[in-house]
Every structure is written in C-alpha cells, then in structure tokens.
Write a protein that binds this ligand. Structure first.
Ligand code: NDP
Length: 237
C-alpha cells in the first residue's frame, strides 16, 4: 500500500502540464490534492475529472508570486483537509531572452514565478509540517539548473536559485522530519516545453513521465529523502 494513501498534497502550477499530470498520479495513489494556479476554470475542470476518478481535490485559484494569495492557499488547504503532507512547488514560466534584451520587469517576473513562489509556499508549509511532525517539499527545477540553455539568463538563474533554496531548506528542516528535495526534468512535452524545444513529442518526456518521478520521490517512508533527481530524455533524434 502506498504511503500516500490519505495524504494531502498541495501542487502549484496544477492547471496544465507536469502539475496536472501530478495531480492525477497522486490521486491514483489515494492522496487528496490541493490544486493551485491562476486559471481557475482549468483547475475546476481538473477537480471534476479527479472526482469522477474517485479522488478528492480542492481548487484554489492562486498567483503564487503573491504572498497573501499563498497564505490563502494554505489556509484553504488546512480548512478543507486539516493537514499538508506534501508540497510540490511546480509552477513556472519559461523565458528565452538574452540578458541585454531582458527588462528588469521580465527578470523579476521569471525570478518571482520560478523561485520566490517556492520560497513563499515553503515558508507557509514548513510550520504546518513541523507541527505535524512530518512533511515533504518537492521543488521542480530544471536541467537548466545544471546546463543553461542559450539565451536563458533569468530562467537559468531562477532554477539555479531553486537548487540553492532546496539545499538550504533540506538542511534546516531535516531535524523536524521535513524532507526537501528537487527534481530537474529535461524536456517535457507541455505548453512550456513545446515553447523551448523543437524536438518532436515522441523524443521528449511526457508530463505523465515527470509526474511518475515526482510521485516516486514522495512515495517514501518519512525518514528517507530522495534528495535530487535529474531525468533527461534518453532518445536522440
Ligand atoms: P506548463 O506551462 O504546462 O505549466 C506551468 C504551470 O505553472 C501552469 O499550471 C501555470 O498555471 C503555472 N503558473 C505559471 N505562473 C504562475 C503563477 N504566477 N501563479 C500560479 N501558477 C503559475 O509547463 P510545465 O508543466 O512544463 O512546467 C512545470 C514546471 O516544470 C515549471 O517549473 C518548469 O520550469 C519545469 N520544467 C519544465 C520543463 C519542460 O520541458 N516542460 C523542463 C524543465 C523544467 P496558470 O497559467 O494557470 O497560472
């Protein structure tokens, strides 16, 4: 039986791609999910789909760059389920702009969406998890935190920063039985992935593949931390 049975999982960026696939995969393991993203209608449709599959899900329209909205997300999760066992910091945007063409506004939008959001959600989740005596935070990084793509200074910096945030939180939280880890996907066929890759879909990972990795990292006894995963496509054109 999966350790995820009955556990409550908050997933950011759940309205499409890897986050949506993760919601389906967690519910298939018997978890309850809290879905956060800005596109409320897509979250509502996913709640219906998960309900039809026998799952329990709550949609909370959230801009994860907004500290108040993140607070409201965790308040809603606690009001409905009374606990948060797993947080998947998955929300993100891509960017392919050379440094000399990157406005300060664009720089902060990428950093806030991909990095500050994870800080805000972790800051809200950690006290809950410490009170519970256990918890797990999985940050979705990128291969760009290892090998930058061309013309992606803001994106690469955001994912490199997320790697550093993961390391720092992992050390700080482990004494309280809260595990913090990072999953770095290669190219995944999503709305975001399609924009950064010219490879055909059958040569890259699918959202369900990435979701399998995330669920695998979460489906562990509390005393273990699958600290880091780097998963890249294994086929070459
Ligand atoms: P998608 O574009 O399909 O999903 C991105 C999700 O992030 C959407 O649900 C979007 O929802 C959400 N999001 C974006 N901005 C915000 C915001 N301000 N507040 C709340 N939610 C937000 O792409 P992926 O599934 O591919 O991306 C998921 C993660 O995977 C990202 O962190 C990305 O960097 C990472 N990744 C993806 C790779 C790929 O090839 N696809 C490769 C490496 C890493 P909404 O617009 O409704 O708010």
């Amino acid at each position: 039986m999966s350790i995820l049975l009955g556990r409550v999982v908050v997933i950011t960026g759940a309205s499409s791609g890897i986050g949506e696939a993760s919601a389906l995969a967690f519910v298939a393991k018997g978890a309850k999910v809290v879905l956060a993203a800005r596109r409320a209608e897509r979250l509502d449709a996913l709640v219906s789909r998960l309900g039809a599959a026998g799952g329990e899900a709550l949609a909370v329209a959230t801009d994860v760059t907004d500290a108040d909205a993140v607070g409201a997300l965790f308040d809603a999760a606690m009001a409905r389920f009374g606990r948060v066992d797993v947080l998947v910091n998955n929300a993100g945007i891509a960017d392919s702009t050379p440094a000399e063409e990157t406005s300060l506004e664009l720089w902060w939008r990428v950093i806030d969406t991909n990095l500050t959001s994870a800080f805000l959600c972790a800051r809200a989740a950690i006290p809950i998890m410490k009170r519970q005596g256990h918890g797990r935070i999985i940050n979705v990084g990128s291969i760009s935190a290892k090998v930058p793509r061309a013309n992606s200074p803001a994106y690469s910096a955001s994912k490199w920063g997320l790697d550093g945030l993961t390391r720092s939180l992992a050390i700080d939280c482990r004494a309280d039985n809260v595990a913090v880890s990072v999953f770095h996907p290669g190219i995944v066929a999503t709305e975001l992935g399609g924009g950064i890759s010219s490879l055909p879909d059958d040569l890259v990972a699918q959202p369900e593949d990435a979701a399998d990795v995330i669920v695998h990292m979460a489906d562990l006894p509390d005393h273990l931390n699958f600290y880091e995963a780097l998963v890249v496509q294994n086929k070459i054109p």
